[in-house]
Design a protein around this ligand. Structure first.
Ligand code: NDP
Length: 337
Protein backbone atom coordinates (compact mmCIF):
# COMPACT_ATOMS: atom_id res chain seq x y z
CA UNK A 1 0.00 0.00 0.00
CA UNK A 2 1.46 3.37 -1.04
CA UNK A 3 2.15 5.88 1.70
CA UNK A 4 1.59 9.60 1.14
CA UNK A 5 3.00 12.47 3.21
CA UNK A 6 0.71 15.47 3.65
CA UNK A 7 2.52 18.47 5.15
CA UNK A 8 0.58 20.84 7.42
CA UNK A 9 -1.94 18.12 8.28
CA UNK A 10 -4.03 20.40 10.52
CA UNK A 11 -4.87 22.76 7.65
CA UNK A 12 -8.29 23.26 6.06
CA UNK A 13 -7.22 21.83 2.67
CA UNK A 14 -4.87 19.20 4.13
CA UNK A 15 -7.60 17.60 6.27
CA UNK A 16 -9.70 17.02 3.13
CA UNK A 17 -6.66 15.55 1.34
CA UNK A 18 -6.02 13.21 4.29
CA UNK A 19 -9.68 12.19 4.47
CA UNK A 20 -9.89 11.41 0.74
CA UNK A 21 -6.55 9.56 0.74
CA UNK A 22 -7.56 7.38 3.71
CA UNK A 23 -10.94 6.67 2.17
CA UNK A 24 -9.22 5.58 -1.06
CA UNK A 25 -7.04 3.10 0.83
CA UNK A 26 -3.74 5.00 0.98
CA UNK A 27 -1.60 4.99 4.09
CA UNK A 28 -1.12 8.60 5.15
CA UNK A 29 1.55 10.32 7.17
CA UNK A 30 1.09 13.99 8.00
CA UNK A 31 3.11 16.66 9.73
CA UNK A 32 1.87 18.96 12.49
CA UNK A 33 3.78 21.32 14.73
CA UNK A 34 2.04 20.90 18.09
CA UNK A 35 0.41 18.24 20.25
CA UNK A 36 -2.83 20.27 20.18
CA UNK A 37 -2.94 20.03 16.38
CA UNK A 38 -2.04 16.33 16.49
CA UNK A 39 -5.11 15.68 18.62
CA UNK A 40 -7.23 17.90 16.35
CA UNK A 41 -6.21 15.89 13.25
CA UNK A 42 -6.81 12.54 15.01
CA UNK A 43 -10.26 13.67 16.13
CA UNK A 44 -11.14 14.95 12.65
CA UNK A 45 -10.21 11.66 10.98
CA UNK A 46 -11.95 9.55 13.65
CA UNK A 47 -15.12 11.49 12.81
CA UNK A 48 -14.77 11.87 9.05
CA UNK A 49 -12.68 8.99 7.68
CA UNK A 50 -13.42 5.32 7.27
CA UNK A 51 -9.74 4.33 7.85
CA UNK A 52 -8.27 6.50 10.65
CA UNK A 53 -5.91 3.66 11.66
CA UNK A 54 -3.93 4.17 8.43
CA UNK A 55 -2.89 7.65 9.57
CA UNK A 56 0.43 8.44 11.27
CA UNK A 57 1.16 11.93 12.58
CA UNK A 58 4.69 13.28 12.95
CA UNK A 59 6.13 16.62 14.05
CA UNK A 60 7.94 19.01 11.71
CA UNK A 61 8.14 22.79 11.46
CA UNK A 62 8.99 24.52 8.17
CA UNK A 63 11.38 26.77 10.09
CA UNK A 64 13.41 23.89 11.52
CA UNK A 65 15.57 21.18 9.93
CA UNK A 66 14.61 18.36 12.25
CA UNK A 67 11.76 16.04 11.42
CA UNK A 68 11.59 16.42 7.64
CA UNK A 69 13.73 13.40 6.70
CA UNK A 70 11.78 11.11 9.04
CA UNK A 71 8.54 12.57 7.73
CA UNK A 72 9.40 11.80 4.11
CA UNK A 73 11.18 8.44 4.52
CA UNK A 74 9.18 5.60 2.93
CA UNK A 75 6.57 7.84 1.27
CA UNK A 76 6.02 7.45 -2.46
CA UNK A 77 4.16 10.74 -2.83
CA UNK A 78 4.16 14.09 -1.02
CA UNK A 79 1.39 16.70 -0.93
CA UNK A 80 2.99 19.93 0.30
CA UNK A 81 0.18 22.10 1.62
CA UNK A 82 1.92 23.63 4.69
CA UNK A 83 2.60 27.36 4.49
CA UNK A 84 1.56 30.26 6.68
CA UNK A 85 -1.77 31.55 5.37
CA UNK A 86 -2.97 34.81 6.91
CA UNK A 87 -4.92 37.83 5.72
CA UNK A 88 -3.28 40.32 8.12
CA UNK A 89 -0.17 42.04 6.79
CA UNK A 90 2.80 41.11 9.03
CA UNK A 91 5.17 43.88 10.13
CA UNK A 92 8.02 41.84 8.68
CA UNK A 93 7.32 39.96 5.43
CA UNK A 94 9.91 37.33 6.34
CA UNK A 95 7.46 35.93 8.87
CA UNK A 96 5.62 34.51 5.85
CA UNK A 97 8.42 34.20 3.32
CA UNK A 98 10.97 32.28 5.40
CA UNK A 99 8.74 29.32 6.32
CA UNK A 100 7.24 29.23 2.81
CA UNK A 101 10.56 29.28 0.96
CA UNK A 102 13.03 27.69 3.40
CA UNK A 103 10.44 25.11 4.44
CA UNK A 104 9.91 24.12 0.82
CA UNK A 105 13.67 23.62 0.38
CA UNK A 106 13.86 21.54 3.58
CA UNK A 107 11.04 19.31 2.38
CA UNK A 108 12.31 18.96 -1.19
CA UNK A 109 15.82 18.11 0.01
CA UNK A 110 14.34 15.28 2.07
CA UNK A 111 12.37 14.17 -1.02
CA UNK A 112 15.56 13.74 -3.03
CA UNK A 113 17.30 11.86 -0.20
CA UNK A 114 14.39 9.43 0.15
CA UNK A 115 13.58 9.14 -3.57
CA UNK A 116 10.03 10.36 -3.49
CA UNK A 117 8.36 9.73 -6.85
CA UNK A 118 6.17 12.81 -7.04
CA UNK A 119 5.44 16.02 -5.12
CA UNK A 120 2.23 18.04 -5.49
CA UNK A 121 2.76 21.58 -4.22
CA UNK A 122 -0.15 23.75 -3.09
CA UNK A 123 0.73 27.12 -4.50
CA UNK A 124 -1.97 29.72 -5.15
CA UNK A 125 -3.59 31.92 -7.77
CA UNK A 126 -1.88 34.62 -5.67
CA UNK A 127 1.37 33.45 -7.31
CA UNK A 128 -0.14 34.29 -10.71
CA UNK A 129 -2.42 37.30 -10.75
CA UNK A 130 -0.89 40.19 -8.81
CA UNK A 131 1.32 43.14 -9.67
CA UNK A 132 0.51 43.23 -13.39
CA UNK A 133 0.08 46.50 -15.25
CA UNK A 134 -2.63 45.21 -17.60
CA UNK A 135 -5.69 43.26 -16.55
CA UNK A 136 -6.72 40.18 -18.45
CA UNK A 137 -7.75 36.61 -17.92
CA UNK A 138 -4.75 35.18 -16.09
CA UNK A 139 -3.44 31.74 -16.99
CA UNK A 140 -0.66 29.38 -15.95
CA UNK A 141 1.94 31.30 -17.95
CA UNK A 142 1.53 34.35 -15.69
CA UNK A 143 3.58 35.02 -12.58
CA UNK A 144 2.86 37.55 -9.85
CA UNK A 145 5.31 40.42 -10.15
CA UNK A 146 6.33 40.14 -6.53
CA UNK A 147 8.47 43.25 -6.44
CA UNK A 148 5.49 45.45 -7.31
CA UNK A 149 4.51 47.46 -4.24
CA UNK A 150 0.86 46.41 -4.54
CA UNK A 151 1.76 42.77 -3.86
CA UNK A 152 1.11 41.51 -0.32
CA UNK A 153 3.67 39.60 1.73
CA UNK A 154 1.44 36.51 1.49
CA UNK A 155 1.31 36.64 -2.33
CA UNK A 156 5.06 37.21 -2.38
CA UNK A 157 5.63 34.20 -0.09
CA UNK A 158 3.55 31.96 -2.36
CA UNK A 159 5.26 33.20 -5.54
CA UNK A 160 8.75 32.78 -4.13
CA UNK A 161 7.98 29.35 -2.67
CA UNK A 162 6.61 28.11 -5.98
CA UNK A 163 9.55 29.51 -7.97
CA UNK A 164 11.89 27.89 -5.45
CA UNK A 165 10.25 24.50 -6.02
CA UNK A 166 10.51 24.71 -9.84
CA UNK A 167 14.15 25.88 -9.62
CA UNK A 168 14.97 23.13 -7.14
CA UNK A 169 13.65 20.37 -9.41
CA UNK A 170 15.42 21.88 -12.43
CA UNK A 171 18.72 21.87 -10.54
CA UNK A 172 18.58 18.14 -9.83
CA UNK A 173 20.31 15.62 -12.04
CA UNK A 174 18.08 13.07 -13.77
CA UNK A 175 18.78 10.35 -11.18
CA UNK A 176 17.65 12.41 -8.18
CA UNK A 177 14.81 14.29 -9.88
CA UNK A 178 11.25 13.72 -8.68
CA UNK A 179 8.11 14.73 -10.56
CA UNK A 180 6.42 17.96 -9.58
CA UNK A 181 2.90 19.30 -10.12
CA UNK A 182 1.86 22.69 -8.78
CA UNK A 183 -1.77 23.54 -8.06
CA UNK A 184 -2.83 27.20 -7.97
CA UNK A 185 -6.22 27.44 -6.27
CA UNK A 186 -8.18 30.68 -6.07
CA UNK A 187 -10.07 31.33 -2.79
CA UNK A 188 -11.05 28.01 -1.22
CA UNK A 189 -14.32 27.58 0.65
CA UNK A 190 -16.43 24.64 1.80
CA UNK A 191 -17.02 22.32 4.73
CA UNK A 192 -14.55 22.22 7.60
CA UNK A 193 -13.43 18.87 9.03
CA UNK A 194 -12.23 20.31 12.36
CA UNK A 195 -13.40 23.09 14.66
CA UNK A 196 -10.78 25.36 13.09
CA UNK A 197 -12.72 27.63 10.71
CA UNK A 198 -9.62 28.48 8.65
CA UNK A 199 -8.58 31.70 6.97
CA UNK A 200 -10.99 31.98 4.04
CA UNK A 201 -14.06 30.67 5.85
CA UNK A 202 -13.28 33.16 8.66
CA UNK A 203 -13.57 35.99 6.10
CA UNK A 204 -16.86 34.53 4.82
CA UNK A 205 -18.07 34.37 8.43
CA UNK A 206 -17.56 38.14 8.78
CA UNK A 207 -19.72 38.65 5.69
CA UNK A 208 -22.33 36.20 7.00
CA UNK A 209 -22.51 38.02 10.35
CA UNK A 210 -23.09 41.33 8.59
CA UNK A 211 -19.77 42.77 9.80
CA UNK A 212 -19.40 44.72 6.54
CA UNK A 213 -22.11 47.41 6.53
CA UNK A 214 -20.86 48.05 3.01
CA UNK A 215 -19.20 45.21 1.14
CA UNK A 216 -15.81 45.93 -0.50
CA UNK A 217 -16.07 45.79 -4.29
CA UNK A 218 -13.79 42.77 -4.65
CA UNK A 219 -13.91 40.26 -7.48
CA UNK A 220 -12.63 36.89 -6.30
CA UNK A 221 -12.45 33.41 -7.81
CA UNK A 222 -13.63 30.51 -5.65
CA UNK A 223 -13.32 26.73 -5.62
CA UNK A 224 -14.66 24.14 -3.17
CA UNK A 225 -12.15 22.51 -0.81
CA UNK A 226 -13.32 18.99 -1.76
CA UNK A 227 -12.40 19.64 -5.40
CA UNK A 228 -9.04 21.07 -4.33
CA UNK A 229 -8.28 17.90 -2.35
CA UNK A 230 -9.49 15.67 -5.21
CA UNK A 231 -7.25 17.58 -7.63
CA UNK A 232 -4.24 17.00 -5.33
CA UNK A 233 -4.83 13.24 -5.25
CA UNK A 234 -5.54 13.02 -8.98
CA UNK A 235 -2.43 15.07 -9.78
CA UNK A 236 -0.38 12.82 -7.50
CA UNK A 237 -0.96 9.71 -9.62
CA UNK A 238 -1.62 11.10 -13.13
CA UNK A 239 1.39 11.60 -15.38
CA UNK A 240 -0.46 14.16 -17.53
CA UNK A 241 -0.05 16.64 -14.67
CA UNK A 242 3.75 16.17 -14.44
CA UNK A 243 5.64 19.49 -14.62
CA UNK A 244 2.37 21.46 -14.89
CA UNK A 245 0.98 24.39 -12.91
CA UNK A 246 -2.80 24.16 -12.83
CA UNK A 247 -5.22 26.88 -11.77
CA UNK A 248 -8.19 25.60 -9.76
CA UNK A 249 -11.23 27.89 -10.04
CA UNK A 250 -14.94 27.11 -10.28
CA UNK A 251 -16.14 30.67 -10.80
CA UNK A 252 -15.49 34.32 -9.94
CA UNK A 253 -17.93 36.47 -7.97
CA UNK A 254 -18.10 39.99 -6.66
CA UNK A 255 -18.16 39.74 -2.86
CA UNK A 256 -21.65 41.23 -2.85
CA UNK A 257 -22.80 38.27 -5.00
CA UNK A 258 -21.59 35.90 -2.27
CA UNK A 259 -23.61 38.04 0.18
CA UNK A 260 -26.65 37.49 -2.11
CA UNK A 261 -26.09 33.71 -2.04
CA UNK A 262 -26.03 33.84 1.77
CA UNK A 263 -29.28 35.82 1.83
CA UNK A 264 -30.96 33.36 -0.55
CA UNK A 265 -29.80 30.57 1.78
CA UNK A 266 -31.73 32.23 4.61
CA UNK A 267 -29.01 34.30 6.29
CA UNK A 268 -30.27 37.85 6.22
CA UNK A 269 -27.46 39.78 7.87
CA UNK A 270 -25.07 40.24 4.93
CA UNK A 271 -25.35 43.74 3.53
CA UNK A 272 -26.00 44.09 -0.20
CA UNK A 273 -24.63 47.64 -0.33
CA UNK A 274 -21.19 48.04 -1.86
CA UNK A 275 -18.46 50.24 -0.43
CA UNK A 276 -17.29 52.99 -2.78
CA UNK A 277 -13.74 52.17 -3.87
CA UNK A 278 -12.42 55.54 -2.77
CA UNK A 279 -13.61 54.91 0.82
CA UNK A 280 -11.80 51.57 0.84
CA UNK A 281 -8.61 53.22 -0.39
CA UNK A 282 -8.85 55.92 2.28
CA UNK A 283 -9.52 53.34 5.02
CA UNK A 284 -6.46 51.41 3.86
CA UNK A 285 -4.30 54.45 4.62
CA UNK A 286 -5.16 53.98 8.30
CA UNK A 287 -5.80 50.23 8.55
CA UNK A 288 -2.76 48.33 7.35
CA UNK A 289 -4.62 45.02 7.02
CA UNK A 290 -6.75 46.53 4.26
CA UNK A 291 -3.83 47.78 2.21
CA UNK A 292 -3.43 44.50 0.28
CA UNK A 293 -7.02 44.27 -0.90
CA UNK A 294 -7.53 48.02 -1.35
CA UNK A 295 -5.23 47.90 -4.38
CA UNK A 296 -7.61 45.52 -6.10
CA UNK A 297 -11.05 46.98 -5.38
CA UNK A 298 -13.12 47.48 -8.51
CA UNK A 299 -10.85 45.26 -10.63
CA UNK A 300 -12.49 42.38 -12.40
CA UNK A 301 -9.93 39.57 -12.05
CA UNK A 302 -10.50 36.31 -13.96
CA UNK A 303 -8.69 32.97 -14.07
CA UNK A 304 -8.43 30.80 -17.17
CA UNK A 305 -10.03 27.46 -16.26
CA UNK A 306 -9.23 25.55 -19.47
CA UNK A 307 -6.21 23.56 -18.31
CA UNK A 308 -7.98 22.20 -15.22
CA UNK A 309 -11.04 21.34 -17.32
CA UNK A 310 -8.84 19.42 -19.77
CA UNK A 311 -7.10 17.43 -17.03
CA UNK A 312 -9.71 16.84 -14.32
CA UNK A 313 -12.67 14.89 -15.62
CA UNK A 314 -15.33 15.87 -13.08
CA UNK A 315 -17.62 18.89 -12.63
CA UNK A 316 -16.43 21.13 -9.81
CA UNK A 317 -18.96 21.70 -7.02
CA UNK A 318 -20.83 24.93 -7.67
CA UNK A 319 -19.91 27.84 -5.45
CA UNK A 320 -23.59 28.55 -4.79
CA UNK A 321 -23.80 25.05 -3.22
CA UNK A 322 -20.46 25.35 -1.47
CA UNK A 323 -21.24 28.77 0.04
CA UNK A 324 -24.64 27.59 1.26
CA UNK A 325 -23.12 24.47 2.87
CA UNK A 326 -20.38 26.53 4.49
CA UNK A 327 -22.91 29.01 5.88
CA UNK A 328 -25.06 26.23 7.35
CA UNK A 329 -22.04 24.57 8.96
CA UNK A 330 -20.83 27.85 10.49
CA UNK A 331 -24.36 28.35 11.80
CA UNK A 332 -24.49 24.84 13.32
CA UNK A 333 -21.13 25.60 14.99
CA UNK A 334 -22.89 28.51 16.71
CA UNK A 335 -20.61 31.09 15.11
CA UNK A 336 -23.07 33.16 13.11
CA UNK A 337 -25.02 34.76 16.02
P1 NDP B 1 -4.46 26.62 6.79
O1 NDP B 1 -4.01 27.86 7.49
O2 NDP B 1 -5.70 25.95 7.27
O3 NDP B 1 -3.29 25.55 6.78
C1 NDP B 1 -1.96 25.92 6.71
C2 NDP B 1 -1.14 24.79 7.28
O4 NDP B 1 0.23 25.17 7.24
C3 NDP B 1 -1.47 24.50 8.76
O5 NDP B 1 -1.46 23.12 8.97
C4 NDP B 1 -0.33 25.16 9.49
O6 NDP B 1 -0.04 24.57 10.74
C5 NDP B 1 0.80 24.91 8.51
N1 NDP B 1 1.92 25.77 8.79
C6 NDP B 1 1.97 27.12 8.84
N2 NDP B 1 3.20 27.53 9.20
C7 NDP B 1 3.93 26.40 9.39
C8 NDP B 1 5.27 26.15 9.80
N3 NDP B 1 6.13 27.13 10.11
N4 NDP B 1 5.68 24.88 9.87
C9 NDP B 1 4.83 23.84 9.59
N5 NDP B 1 3.56 24.02 9.23
C10 NDP B 1 3.13 25.28 9.14
O7 NDP B 1 -4.59 27.01 5.27
P2 NDP B 1 -5.29 26.27 4.04
O8 NDP B 1 -5.53 24.87 4.31
O9 NDP B 1 -6.42 27.13 3.62
O10 NDP B 1 -4.14 26.43 2.98
C11 NDP B 1 -3.24 25.37 2.69
C12 NDP B 1 -2.34 25.80 1.56
O11 NDP B 1 -3.14 26.21 0.46
C13 NDP B 1 -1.44 26.98 1.90
O12 NDP B 1 -0.21 26.75 1.27
C14 NDP B 1 -2.16 28.17 1.25
O13 NDP B 1 -1.26 29.17 0.89
C15 NDP B 1 -2.75 27.50 0.02
N6 NDP B 1 -3.92 28.17 -0.53
C16 NDP B 1 -5.04 28.34 0.24
C17 NDP B 1 -6.15 28.99 -0.30
C18 NDP B 1 -7.40 29.20 0.50
O14 NDP B 1 -8.25 30.00 0.08
N7 NDP B 1 -7.59 28.52 1.63
C19 NDP B 1 -6.13 29.51 -1.67
C20 NDP B 1 -4.91 29.23 -2.39
C21 NDP B 1 -3.85 28.60 -1.83
P3 NDP B 1 -0.76 25.08 12.11
O15 NDP B 1 -2.14 24.49 12.09
O16 NDP B 1 0.09 24.57 13.19
O17 NDP B 1 -0.80 26.59 12.03
Amino acid sequence: MDEVLVTGGSGFIALHCIQQLLDQGFKVRCTVRSEKKRLEVMKAMEHHSSNPDFLTIVFADLLLDEGWEDAVKGCRYVLHTASPFVTQAPTNEDVLIRPAVDGTIRLLNACTVHQVEKVVLTSSFAAICYGHAEHKIYDESDWTQYNDKSVTAYAKSKTLAEKTAWDFVQSLDEKRRFKLTVLNPVGVMGPMLSDDVGTTNAELLLLLKGKFPRVPKLHVGWVDVRDVAKAHITAMTCSNTDSERIILCEKEFWLVEIAEIFRKTGFLRPSLKEMPNIIMKILALFIRDLSGIANYVGQEIYANKDKAKGIFDWEFISIEESAAETAHQLDRMGLVD
